[in-house]
Design a binder for this molecule. Sequence first.
Ligand code: TXE
Length: 480
Amino acid sequence: MQSILHFINGEERPAESGSWIDVHEPATGLVYAQLADGDARDVDSATEAAHQAFPVWRALGVEGRSRILLKLADLIERDLEMFVAAESRDNGKPLSLARKVDIPRAVANIRFFATAILHFASEAHIMDDVALNYTDRQPIGVAGCISPWNLPLYLFTWKVAPALAAGNCVVAKPSEITPLTASMLGRLCNEAGMPPGVFNVVQGIGSKVGAAITSHPRIPAISFTGGTRTGAEIARVAAPMFKKLSLELGGKNPVLVFADCDFERMLSTTIHSSFRNQGQICLCGSRILIERNIYSRFRHAFVERTKALRVGDPKDHASDLGAVVSKDHMEKVLSYVALAKEEGGEVLCGGKQVRLDGALAGGWYLEPTVIEGLGPACRTNQEEIFGPVVTLQPFDNEEHALALANDTPYGLASVVWTQDISRSQRVVRNLRSGIVWVNCWMVRDLRTPFGGMKQSGVGREGGTEALRFFTEAKNVCIRY
Ligand code: TXE
């Protein structure tokens, strides 16, 4: 049985508690590892190590930190297949997806911020002949990074990389559901020459370890990605402590399909935006809004494409969907399909658990599911399901499309399919979401601001937004 440990002050260690948490393999439903069951004592140790290491890490300067982070990226790339296998085993996603998206993007995250920091400039404001102002952006000290289970290493490095590049030390916690790839980084940080204590991983459950990081008086900044409810709890604890907060939360993203779109391109992309990673991406488009005069054509074509998707062994290259991340999550998604039916929806395809045979018989697999016949106000169209489930709704015109699109508590991402450039800009300007893709999905430039509004979060990640989050701005005014 594999043991997944903390990484504190440059070494792997078990939890102070001496207890362990079972870690499951979604593909089989079996326990494959035991996880250090961390608590506040481990967070204290990691925070102390981080503070001890901060002067050393800061003194390396941007060049020194950049060199070590670039080396770390190379080492992950060297061990790519190990990380791919680990991510797929831990999360249930197809190997092909971990190899194509998750791990290469983790490498890209680290490389991006290792170079971005070399060009991270600030500003000066000259007061004529009176005074010179300049802005000094200094690292905060120790940053708390808490990440979710859907894109484990991808989202973990999306926080840790800018925090480290900006000169901070890190106390990070991956999800207890998918802790493996984060636990593999520590050894590579040592190999890359990162001083001990700069990067620390404390494993364990959110209500103990995550809460201890959030409330720790010597961790002044928290960067979190996860559910909206957890984000609200983190804000409740951190706000009165005046901590810097970055919250990337849930979504209920609309896909607006106008009749003049490039139909084939829209269709093939919308299959991905609906079901990639088993629909477990906060950017997935779970509410598809279709102009009425092509609704029937879309419904027929989309359902046919959905039925052709293969749900199977994540190790099998032919599998389009693997397993969802946990039994609880599978049951949560199935409960939403039941709710959709109660609310009057019609399941056009999918809606059931997929039972594989042999070693995979105990795994957690779901059919990709398409539901129609529900209005915008029902719970199915208001709440984040975060599984392979989409709903279809027709709209009559732009105004109706925008009213439907904006009618949820979330505001993370939207997708617009139209060949009419004027219409696309009218619609884009009126969509209430932090990210809008036009005639594409998941095209990502890491320099761009990333995040949502309303209950999808607070703040933005990416590019200089992330480097500014992980630094404090000090304005210095010098009189001539
Ligand atoms: O997230 P949680 P979960 C959504 C999705 C999903 C729901 C819950 O709808 O069904 O959130 O997923 C840590 N203080 N998203 O349960 O609980 C926890 O250990 C501090 C969208 O995975 O938010 C984990 O490391 N930390 C999201 C991290 O928070 C706490 C991706 C996320 O766990 C904590 C994932 C606490 N009190 C889920 N409680 C996205 N936007 O991509 C938990 N944690």
